[in-house]
Design a protein around this ligand. Sequence first.
Ligand code: EPZ
Length: 428
Amino acid sequence: MVNTTIMKKLIIENGPPLSGFVRVSGSKNAALPIMAASLAASGQIKIQNVPQLSDIFVMQSILDNLGADTSYNKIAEEMDILPNSALVTGSPKMELANRIRASFLVAGPLLSRFGQFKTALPGGCAIGTRPVDLHLKGFAALGADITLNQGYVEARADGLRGAEIYLDYPSVGATENLIMAAVLAEGITALGNCAMEPEVTDLCRFLITLGADISGIGTDTIIINGVKELVGGTYRIIPDRIEAGTFMTAACMKPGSDVTITNTENTHLRPVIAKLREMGANIIEPTPDSLRVYTTGRLNAVDVKTLPYPGFPTDMQAQLMALLAASTGRGVMTETVFENRYMHAAEMTRMGAQIKIDSRTAIIDGVTPLSGASVKATDLRAGAALVIAALGAKGTTEIIDIHHLERGYSGLDEKLRELGARVTTSVQ
Ligand code: EPZ
């Protein structure tokens, strides 16, 4: 099939400090597991505040391909899902599954409701090998037989049974997949060393809406008491804390910016608020669901280490590197979550940034101003970081391969233009 995707690029001119209001969309990383979890339900599901993102539409295609009836209302930003009991296949098409790693999140619901799944082993990606060993170990602990061959993983279970599982690492995806597998299992599952990200909490709250029995939500130990079935229901997704953090960082790039971000959940942004305040940004919270960020001068460099929630989020690492690259002084960054998440550094050095990488450590010496250049988005958050760097750079920056951006940011160029940025999109 001829690839008809038109490759687009962003052109960003040096412009005035950002000012005005911007509304954050629903969370991509909450919507994806919640859409997958719908497969385990036997009734009509309505999910509200679902962002218009390419990853969401790929997950929708995966659910359709598995036999569910789905429809997305772009005006209301609502996804309707009817997970028919007649599952067409227990395995999403390879070409769909390979497009997003989150496709592996259908494994838990399929195993729990239909007792089987077969799906492509998610490949690695730009930021790391990203294995799923913790998911598979957990499925086996719940009684599934797992087989791996030809790049596929297949699991079968004649009824899952609750188990005590302790994760080697607080993996977000493994926590989510194992909760979804345990909700219909026979008996009680205790999941220790769980991820505590807000998106995990949102998934648990969604499942409880459908009749699941889950306790310990938001802690590192979640207890799931298996129930007979999950019924239908309606649920509203939390705001996207990483999109909010991205706009907060963009607002800090130029002295004199004054941006109010609405539809936030400020309790999810504590590590980002703390770090930007430490750098000298002024951040006030007019309401629990809005933030005002304004700056009067260049910010000061700080050190930062990414950690599982509630530590500083790895998904904000690239964006903060862009800000450090244009701040005063030296910042030392340590990426503890992924083994190869500094691809954006090479692109930033083309803009004059002074960055030295040594394995998981990056040393950034602030330079002002950065210089516009032609750069490439290598992954979703790297693309966002280059946009932020470009906003503070002199001259013009071209960013190609911005399809990565469209995976996680809905209407980013329009939202930036509304804040006064000089951003245009064209065919690359
Ligand atoms: C989720 O990915 C997010 N994606 C990622 O966001 C985010 O960066 C990541 O969590 C960490 O917060 C979605 O929610 C769809 P992990 P996930 O399992 O679940 C290792 C974005 O930009 N690991 O917590 O894949 C793994 O290799 C994306 O929106 C194992 O070793 O992340 C990594 O080093 C990027 N074995 C670390 O754990 C396993 O079985 C964290 O991975 C699973 C994970």
